[in-house]
Design a protein around this ligand. Structure first.
Ligand SMILES: Cc1cc2nc3c(=O)[nH]c(=O)nc-3n(C[C@H](O)[C@H](O)[C@H](O)COP(=O)(O)OP(=O)(O)OC[C@H]3O[C@@H](n4cnc5c(N)ncnc54)[C@H](O)[C@@H]3O)c2cc1C
Length: 408
């Protein structure tokens, strides 16, 4: 018999992964959902590579997204020395994909009429039993619940927990994704099929294959995800955030505006330390940099406002687990709401189940980040740093599946 009450309604801010996961799982439990994304055009991810985990594959399938042709499968990890020779290897099958591929898969799960581009969240009012959400330009929407899936710099979180701020790790990465076809035959043969490490002191260079443009998985049409971790304090980062036109940015610089002198200097430093295969990658890509931040919140729920994904907590990317966490948060939120009659009781259960997990992931990321030797304060951190100076340990710890089991 149809219910005489209308279904509960959620407004979701952010049309990326956690927003789309939340929409999919809430719809499954009978909620009406609308996603509001500030970008006026469909989202694109600058070719960023993504390592996958069993938890991510499971949430994708449960959310209704396909996992067919998800990405490129590698069989093993290798570590190179400065001359490009393999000094260690580890058998570890893993699927590597791209941000664009995952976003498009999830984007296909939502009804067009429920996905609203060009809507910027401004503020929320609460009256105890619902929310009134204000968007830039004057639009207002009422709902039973507001979900903040608006990323690490979340404006929803800024309103409900203004004291919580992302913390700079003391290091950043240079990254890019050269096309397979542009790489030298030796690079294609020796590193392209593998998850590859090169580990000079206080640095990490990591590479792995991902799909080409439009998820092209054909041989010769793929790309290689390149990441180079560099230590740099807050002052250095601030100088790097002055763009080609002299404008100071807060957190990072859009790739086309990164200063040419920075890129020249980075390439010169690479020449001094890197094996030929990674120099080949660098020579064939447009590099951009991303500073590494993390944070967790003591609370994910504030009245009728719930935070998910990177808005709720964001770890350093050493585990490659952000997408899986976004899916896990959304799934747990829907499960908690479905198993309680009262929305507030469901939200409290969500907070209890996911807040400690988000925090554990952030702490694990800091543990892996000790490899770079920044601000080592405790004996435990120094012991972890020492362990990770061995490249075999790095292959055992970085972006490996099932690391969360130790915390559950
Ligand atoms: C260098 C790097 C490497 C990574 N590697 C991996 C990896 O290998 N594997 C992995 O799983 N994860 C990885 N991650 C993490 C992953 O990218 C994130 O965890 C994931 O994108 C989080 O999704 P999200 O939807 O929570 O946030 P986001 O993807 O940041 O999306 C937030 C959305 O909210 C929108 N928005 C913001 N403010 C407003 C507003 N006021 N109104 C409306 N909309 C708004 C934004 O436009 C954006 O679309 C990596 C991250 C980094 C930085």
């Amino acid at each position: 018999m149809p219910s005489k009450y209308p279904p509960p309604r959620a407004i979701i801010i952010g049309g990326s992964m956690s927003g789309l996961f939340s929409a999919a799982f809430l719809r499954q439990i009978g909620w009406q959902v609308d996603v509001y994304e500030r970008s006026p055009v469909e989202l694109v991810g600058r070719g960023a590579g993504i390592t996958t985990h069993p938890e991510l594959l499971e949430t994708l399938e449960k959310s209704g997204a396909s996992t067919r042709d998800l990405g490129v499968e590698v069989e093993k990890r290798i570590t190179l020395d400065r001359r490009g020779r393999v000094i260690a290897e580890k058998h570890l099958p893993q699927i590597l994909t791209s941000w664009d591929r995952l976003q498009r898969l999830m984007r296909a799960t939502i009804d067009e009429a429920r996905y609203h581009l060009g809507h910027t969240f401004e503020r929320v009012e609460q009256d105890g039993s619902g929310v009134l959400v204000h968007f830039t330009g004057g639009k207002r929407e009422r709902a039973d619940l507001l979900i903040g899936g608006d990323g690490i710099r979340s404006s929803v979180r800024k309103q409900v927990a203004p004291a919580v701020q992302p913390i700079y790790s003391g290091y950043y990465i240079w990254r890019g994704a050269p096309k397979e076809a542009d790489l030298a035959p030796e690079t294609r043969a020796s590193i392209f099929p593998y998850f590859t490490f090169f580990l000079p002191e206080r640095q990490q260079v990591i590479g792995y294959p991902i799909a080409g443009l439009n998820n092209d998985l054909r041989l010769g049409h793929r790309r290689y995800n390149f990441i180079w971790y560099r230590v740099g304090d807050a002052q250095e980062l601030r100088r790097m955030c002055v763009d080609e036109r002299g404008h100071q940015h807060d957190y990072s610089v859009p790739p086309p505006l990164i200063r040419k002198d920075l890129i020249t200097q980075m390439r010169r430093q690479a020449q001094e330390i890197m094996p030929p295969q990674f120099l080949d990658c660098l020579a064939n890509m447009q590099p951009f940099f991303t500073p590494i931040y993390d944070f967790s919140t003591p609370q994910l729920v504030f009245g009728r406002v719930a935070l998910v994904g990177d808005a709720a907590s964001s770890a350093r990317p050493h585990m490659g687990f952000g997408m899986a966490k976004a899916g896990g948060d959304a799934q747990a939120l829907a499960a908690a709401l479905a198993s309680h009659d009262a929305i507030d009781a469901g939200l409290a259960a969500y907070n209890r189940s996911r807040q400690p997990i988000g925090e554990a992931i952030v702490l694990h990321g800091r543990k892996l980040g000790t490899h770079l030797g920044v601000n080592l304060r405790t004996d435990e951190e120094r012991a972890m740093w020492k362990l990770l100076q061995d490249h075999r340990a790095m292959m055992d710890w970085i972006a490996v599946p099932n690391f969360l089991a130790a915390y559950q």
